[in-house]
Design a protein around this ligand. Structure first.
Ligand SMILES: CC(C)(COP(=O)(O)OP(=O)(O)OC[C@H]1O[C@@H](n2cnc3c(N)ncnc32)[C@H](O)[C@@H]1OP(=O)(O)O)[C@@H](O)C(=O)NCCC(=O)NCCS
Length: 201
């Protein structure tokens, strides 16, 4: 698929480009990324270049993972990143087949606390469901990542439980993670059933 733009009055999601490398490199120095993300650590400038020049374009081209840059206006400075990975079909107990995707995201430190990520998740989910490319969106974060859990909760994800992560972490393990899901027909309001420790500052 060719990259395309999603937008609302609050945030623009457009194509991450080579010129975003300074911001990606800068933001990925946040020690929170070492603790909670699967990005390489230490994070070097060549990691940012490889992400923008190889990983992102090949994800779009192969329809494996669609990655957008969050910006205030088209082409403005990169604020963060959101990606939708297509993870395949699953067959439910009632034999219905679901097309699954998983969402991942981060914001540069100065751009947190503005409500950008729940809005970006809404844009990506609306497109992914309305295009029919997936009908269930999955989210996970490592235990203790309250900011990520709150962003998913605010976007209407239902809590699925604590399970081994789907994502492989840089130490080769699949640590315990909070997991959630959002289905095409779901209400997008915050849902009950989340553990207090995932939402409590
Ligand atoms: C996850 C993330 C994108 C959310 O961004 P955001 O929507 O702007 O949200 P904030 O960072 O402002 O935090 C969201 C909420 O969590 C709270 N929070 C943030 N850090 C927290 C912490 N360490 N402990 C407890 N609560 C925390 C905030 O107070 C905020 O509360 P509110 O919902 O009442 O406003 C952003 O925090 C981030 O980029 N984190 C690092 C990368 C990351 O973990 N990505 C997700 C990987 S699964």
């Amino acid at each position: 698929m060719r990259p395309f733009v999603l937008s609302s009055p609050l945030v623009v999601l457009d194509h991450p480009v080579a010129g975003d490398a300074d911001r990606v490199f800068e933001y990925c120095q946040d020690p929170i990324f070492e603790r909670f993300l699967t990005v390489p650590w230490p994070y070097y400038r060549e990691h940012a270049d490889g992400f923008l020049n190889e990983y992102v374009p090949s994800g779009w081209m192969s329809d494996r993972e669609y990655t957008w840059a969050l910006r205030d206006t088209p082409g403005a400075e990169l604020l963060g990143v959101i990606g939708l990975r297509l993870t395949g079909d699953s067959v439910a107990a009632d034999a219905s087949v679901h097309r699954l995707g998983s969402i991942g995201f981060w914001l540069g430190t100065p751009h947190r606390g503005r409500g950008l990520m729940p809005e970006a998740q809404r844009l990506v989910a609306d497109w992914a469901f309305s295009s029919g490319i997936i009908d269930v969106l999955q989210w996970e974060c490592l235990l203790g990542n309250v900011a990520s859990a709150r962003a998913a909760w605010k976007s209407g994800f239902r809590f699925s439980g604590v399970r081994s992560s789907v994502a492989l972490y840089r130490d080769g393990s699949y640590p315990d993670s909070w997991q959630g899901h959002l289905a095409a027909g779901d209400d997008r309001a915050p849902q009950p059933g989340w553990p207090a420790e995932a939402l409590a500052p």
